[in-house]
Design a protein around this ligand. Structure first.
Ligand SMILES: Cc1cc2nc3c(=O)[nH]c(=O)nc-3n(C[C@H](O)[C@H](O)[C@H](O)COP(=O)(O)O)c2cc1C
Length: 339
């Protein structure tokens, strides 16, 4: 099955807010929230996508004629590509009632594991979301990353028990979810955290802890000092702060500041294997892709996931071979130029 066919099918399976566009660039959904759009003017998701397109590739085929190796390792696990499915919560509300979060995450975790990558799972107001996501991760040899909302420590620790029981190889927290309208003023409280509060949580976490939602050098240092094992440079796809910079623009300064101390992942408008290459050439270790995986699940479940992973993987491999990178470590900033 081809990605285009899955998208066509998904168009008949989703609610009115997502148009299942050929290219998911934030333009058709604009500021629809509920829906897959972005906050306020709705332009941050569009800018995320556009920023990758401003990076051009330097072709160089005068190099060894070998097949590019896309193998990627994180925290002792090896994956076929440096690509993760990003967490998406409340799919029923945003994408239509064909799936709820439990079924969505179940398909996502299994489909990604079968395709040789891993999925981050989302969290929300329904306590069963984390419970079922963790069960799915357990059934898939711990290959999945539960992403816990920035609840207070007590709620975090309750959810962490499920993560431990699942044997998940890592856990994440989307600290930027503090900007989601539905988390404002709720009980139990969820929101911003001081470096000390984050550190206290990380100290009680036995597996690698990934901080998702870093957009500044200052934020990256705070996450690293607090004990993060990795960060995700992300503005939550524009859903938490209107007027935010595109992730491709802030990534290089964060890479320079962190200087290889911990892995850096990035998301926001990454849609092709060429975009994955661009992100790695800017210094990211790997990427998350969120919205397009939802379309794949709604259109053709695990088969859709496989189609997207195959497409992204072959595009990445082709780009590496045409730019003279024999493996991920060889991807270098001199292989790209800014328009
Ligand atoms: C409908 C929707 C729900 C999301 N829910 C979550 C979530 O529960 N946790 C999280 O960390 N990120 C969540 N995100 C953000 C994504 O993981 C990702 O950071 C963002 O969409 C940018 O990636 P993309 O442009 O590839 O979609 C959500 C995004 C969307 C569109």
């Amino acid at each position: 099955m081809k990605v285009e066919d899955v998208l066509k099918k998904a168009r008949t399976q989703m609610g009115p807010n997502c148009k299942s566009c050929p290219i998911c660039n934030g333009r058709a959904c604009g500021n629809t929230m509920p829906g897959p759009g972005a906050k306020g003017t709705g332009t941050v998701a569009i800018h995320n996508y556009d920023a990758w397109q401003n990076i051009e590739l330097n072709m160089d085929t005068l190099c060894e004629n070998v097949e590019a190796d896309t193998t990627f390792s994180l925290f002792g696990k090896t994956f076929q590509y440096p690509i993760f499915a990003g967490p998406v919560g409340h799919v029923e509300l945003h994408y239509g009632d064909k799936y709820d979060d439990q079924v969505y995450n179940h398909i996502l975790v299994r489909g990604c594991h079968q395709a040789g990558i891993a999925a981050f799972t989302g969290d929300g107001m329904n306590a069963d979301t984390m419970k079922v996501a963790c069960q799915s991760i357990k059934e898939n040899e711990g290959i999945g990353i539960p992403t816990i909302k920035p609840w207070n420590e007590q709620v975090y620790l309750e959810k962490l028990e499920m993560v431990k029981e699942a044997g998940a190889f890592a856990v994440a927290m989307d600290v930027d979810a503090a900007g989601l309208p539905f988390l404002k003023g709720i009980v139990p409280p969820a929101g911003r955290k001081t470096e000390k509060e984050l550190q206290a949580i990380i100290e009680k976490t036995p597996m690698p802890f990934i901080v998702k939602g870093i957009m500044t050098v200052k934020g990256a240092y705070k996450a690293w000092r607090a004990g993060a094992s990795a960060i995700v440079v992300s503005n939550h796809g524009g859903r938490v702060l209107d007027g935010c910079a595109p992730t491709a623009e802030v990534l290089p300064e964060i890479v320079r500041a962190i200087d290889g101390r911990i892995p850096i992942l990035v998301d926001g408008g990454i849609r092709t294997g060429v975009d994955v290459f661009r992100a790695l050439a800017l210094g990211a270790d790997g990427v998350l892709i969120a919205r397009p995986f939802v379309n794949m699940v709604y259109g053709a479940q695990e088969e859709g996931i496989q189609a997207l992973v195959d497409k992204l993987g072959s595009e990445l491999k082709d780009t590496m071979e045409m730019c003279g990178a024999k493996d991920l470590q060889s991807i270098h900033k001199d292989m790209i130029r800014l328009k």
